[in-house]
Ligand binder design. Structure first.
Ligand code: 13P
Ligand code: SF4
Length: 349
């Protein structure tokens, strides 16, 4: 589409303009909404599974109603192993799809099906297939942050909790690896293991924004602070870390390391649990821009942010929305993708 002066028109049609606007609820309004959601979950026989990056109230609600808040690995395991027949996944789409693939007989719904992930979007299945076909001698290891179709082409699915030991074990068997989609996580694992890895060039829009120079400067202000970094961050940021790991591994490091103050390079959603579990400690957000920057990323995943209490309540109140927000995966693709997913869960059993 072109506008009048031959400048391409990048405007979105009205129905594609994101409607997302952060909600601001008072304490009483929030408490009432949470009580209503708890009742609706019960009435629908549904279990809420939330990721550490979603709204803190949604995380609390998951725990208060018998569900869980977890990293992407444990969300997958919990969804597969818990007894009910309906799962509500508060996270991004690949998390809902993973739950459905592992439990095809369960109904999996999400507060919104529009919650994407830049890593998933940056790895289109057709292009990924060509990449695999061009490198048939390599074991295909994909990050969980991918579509069901990409998972179905893989030998192994990994999350950042288990990527390192899984690649280590493949390398020990002499296997050469094709890795997708996160180049930063892939590079980190390559350096740690020395494995022969061919990397796809994807990135997380949130973690890629952390800046090493600014982090270094902040460390000078807080010389006693520990630095905790998610491995989706650039290598120069990882190099400054006292601990590198998945969301659950960052939580563990905050509890076990001796520091009283931490600078944390990951989505700010994790600060809810970091503060809840470590009331005496101080957590500071890692910087996303250096000196003189006019624009600063908020270090919050825009898709995780869509999982608000109101979105969850709307979906549970309405039969039509509840049906429309069901996660569906082509059964044939799901059956193939279940193999590498179960392989990952068995590796870490
Ligand atoms: P975890 O597997 O560490 O929970 O991370 C998932 C994710 O999307 C990080 O950006
Ligand atoms: Fe994807 Fe990054 Fe959002 Fe995680 S934080 S879901 S990797 S875009």
């Amino acid at each position: 589409m072109e506008s009048q002066n031959n400048i391409p028109d990048y405007s979105l049609p009205e129905d594609r303009v994101p409607l997302f606007e952060a909600e601001h609820l008072g304490r009483e309004e929030k408490a009432a909404l949470k009580a209503e959601i708890a009742g609706l979950l019960k009435a629908r026989g549904a279990t809420l599974i939330a990721h550490y990056y979603v709204d803190g109230d949604v995380q609390d609600l998951a725990e208060e109603t018998g569900g869980t808040v977890a990293d992407s690995l444990e969300m997958a395991r919990f969804g597969r192993d818990q007894g009910g027949d309906t799962l509500v996944v508060a996270g991004v789409r690949f998390m809902g799809e993973t739950a459905k693939i592992l439990s095809p007989e369960k109904r999996v719904v999400m507060p919104t099906l529009e919650a994407e992930c830049s890593l998933d979007l940056g790895c289109p299945p057709d292009e990924f297939q060509a990449f695999c076909e061009a490198n048939p001698d390599r074991t295909v290891v994909v990050y969980a942050n991918t579509s069901a179709r990409v998972k179905a082409m893989s030998d192994w699915v990994v999350t950042s909790s288990v990527a390192l030991p899984i690649v280590e074990s493949l390398d020990a068997k002499g296997e050469k690896i094709l890795w997708a989609p996160d180049k930063h996580l892939g590079h980190y694992i390559q350096v740690q293991t020395g494995a022969d890895m061919l990397l796809w060039s994807g990135a997380c829009v949130v973690h890629e924004e952390f800046k090493s120079k600014a982090l270094f400067d902040l460390k000078a202000v807080y010389p006693d602070a520990g630095v905790l970094v998610h491995p989706e961050s650039p290598a120069a940021v990882i190099d400054i870390a006292d601990a590198v790991g998945s969301t659950s591994q960052i939580l563990k490091a905050a509890e076990t390391l001796p520091h009283e103050t931490f600078i944390v390079a990951t989505d700010r959603g994790l600060f809810h649990k970091l503060r809840q579990r470590n009331p005496g400690k101080r957590f500071i957000e890692a910087p996303t821009a250096g000196d003189g920057a006019m624009c600063r990323s908020c270090a919050h995943c825009p898709w995780m942010a869509m999982n608000e209490l109101t979105a969850l309540a709307d979906m549970l109140r309405s039969d039509a929305l509840f049906a429309a927000n069901e996660v569906l995966v082509d059964p044939q693709i799901g059956e193939r993708a279940m193999i590498p997913l179960n392989r990952m869960l068995a590796f870490q059993a």
